[in-house]
Design a protein around this ligand. Structure first.
Ligand SMILES: Nc1ncnc2c1ncn2[C@@H]1O[C@H](COP(=O)(O)OP(=O)(O)OP(=O)(O)O)[C@@H](O)[C@H]1O
Length: 476
């Protein structure tokens, strides 16, 4: 297993910039490989790193492990405990080190105050230790700041609102509700707000929590009958950043607890910032009193970046990672990859690893074409009806098959009509051809859909916004 791990790290070093290797990969410790279940256990030094690595690198590590062991391998991340030999990744002076005896133990328990730095430490070291402890408690990622958040038309409103909240927490917009599709920078922006407040040095108690984690904190508080402690902790925060709130769907007890925390915090002018993949009223299986609270502050969308912004993001990321990228190369990538920033980051990593591996010092369009062959073949070419059907189905979270099916419940019929409207608007296909591609429907059905959506779009702001996002995603 150790041999695998060394090879795995070496391979990741080819694909990822050095900062990411030292921040996320080096602190991981392989614990054991369970032959029977084909599970590789890997520990991370704290909850934040664990969540981040699980979200961003587990796929790559699993692929490497699968290739090494020559069968599908699953990677199970867990928090380092003092006993599992991974403690070297845990900062001795940081508060959570004391609290993370096991993965679960720290979850519902409020982190203790920062422990005293060791005697004899310099003032700078003390400040660093305190800042590190604050960051560990807050689960903030210090790499995600306003400074490295590229702004454009798609996110300028969200960024302005975020800056405003960072300057006047609890006063201006409470809650701030940010919504948008995957990989568009919602998480980045809320960490930036948290980091800005921690950097003020006013001792603001900040906590970033993914909605999934909050749900599991509620479950653990339940199991341990520790609700008072749970409440005291969440209600005592000055800033709560809660990511991907759509994961509260159907979790009634979690919603109830969150409702109390929300009311308590807002009444005391403590700031709450929420992200979601959709705007409040569109959230499914969330209590209506919560939805109305979510909408009571400021709700702002982050939209997919337009071409120039995608170029700016690529150039910025390339520069920070020490990759020299000519503008024409950035334009080439940005023209072909249109959906989100995470996809652009992945492309940049691929291109630079490919260039390094093949000894190509200068990135050219030809290098990109080779390096991104797989990605480009998927996104290449004109807008097709199939592409529209898939994009609309993803957006409304229905099955692509429902685009052709005869089912007619409203949650399917409306997206299908939207897809027909976009097919008419964005492709050269005739009404009968579109009808055929939607499960052999008559051209009058398509015409009806096109007229209906065009009319509704002019009257309903939310629909107009959704269509704008879809058009942007499809056209780039
Ligand atoms: N405007 C931006 N400038 C610089 N980097 C960005 C920008 N927007 C997004 N990113 C980067 O893109 C990646 C994905 O962003 P992030 O995780 O914030 O997306 P998200 O909207 O929270 O997505 P999800 O809903 O999937 O969690 C991150 O590495 C983030 O730093």
């Amino acid at each position: 297993m150790n041999e695998f791990w060394q090879t795995c790290v070496r391979q990741l070093e080819q694909d990822l910039p050095p900062q990411q290797i030292s921040a996320w990969i080096r602190p991981l410790v392989p614990l054991a490989f369970d032959e029977a279940r084909a599970v590789l256990r890997v520990s991370a030094p704290n909850r934040f790193k664990l969540d981040w690595v699980r979200k961003n690198f587990s796929h790559q590590i699993e692929q490497l492990a699968t290739a090494w062991y020559e069968r599908p391998v699953q990677v199970a991340f867990e928090l380092a405990s003092h006993g599992n030999g991974a403690a070297r990744g845990v900062r001795a002076a940081s508060a959570p080190a004391a609290a993370t005896a096991s993965a679960e133990a720290s979850a519902a328990v409020p982190p203790p105050p920062a422990s005293r730095p060791p005697a004899g430490a310099s003032a700078g070291a003390v400040a660093n230790a305190v800042a590190e402890a604050a960051n560990d408690r807050s689960r903030l990622n210090t790499d995600l700041t306003f400074k490295n958040f590229v702004t454009g038309k798609a996110n300028q409103l969200a960024r302005a609102a975020a800056l405003q909240v960072a300057e006047n927490p609890g006063v201006s917009y409470n809650p701030l509700f940010l919504y948008g599709g995957v990989g568009l920078g919602k998480t980045h922006l809320i960490h930036a707000i948290g980091n800005a407040l921690v950097a003020n040095g006013t001792g603001t108690r900040v906590r970033y929590v993914h909605a999934d984690q909050y749900v599991s904190d509620v479950v653990k508080a339940y199991q341990r009958k520790a609700f008072d402690e749970f409440k005291r902790y969440y209600h005592s925060l000055d800033l709560l950043l809660i990511d991907d709130i759509q994961f509260f769907a159907g979790k009634n007890r979690t919603q109830e607890e969150f409702f109390y925390a929300f009311e308590a915090m807002v009444a005391q002018r403590k700031q709450i910032i929420i992200t979601s993949d959709t705007y409040p009223k569109e959230l499914a299986n969330i209590d209506s009193r919560l939805i109305s609270r979510f909408d009571s502050g400021l709700t702002v969308a982050i939209e997919p970046p337009e071409l120039e912004m995608r170029v700016a993001i690529l150039l910025h990321k390339a520069e920070t990672e020490g990759v020299s990228m000519p503008e024409e190369v950035a334009f080439f990538i940005a023209k072909h990859l249109r959906s989100n920033v995470r996809e652009l980051e992945g492309a940049l990593r691929k291109v630079s690893a490919y260039a390094r591996f093949h000894g190509r010092e200068v990135l050219t369009v030809d290098v990109c074409k080779d390096a991104l062959k797989d990605l480009l073949s998927v996104s290449n070419g004109q807008i097709t009806v199939e592409n529209i059907q898939k994009t609309v189905a993803d957006f409304y979270k229905i099955k692509v098959a429902d685009m052709y099916s005869k089912r007619r419940p409203a949650n399917i019929a409306m997206p299908r009509q939207v897809a027909m409207y976009l097919a008419k608007e964005l492709t050269q296909k005739s009404l009968p051809e579109i009808g055929d591609l939607f499960g052999g429907r008559d051209h009058t059905t398509v015409l009806h859909a096109v007229r209906k959506i065009a009319d509704a779009r002019s009257k309903q702001t939310e629909l107009n916004h959704a269509l704008h996002v879809l058009e942007q995603t499809l056209k780039g």
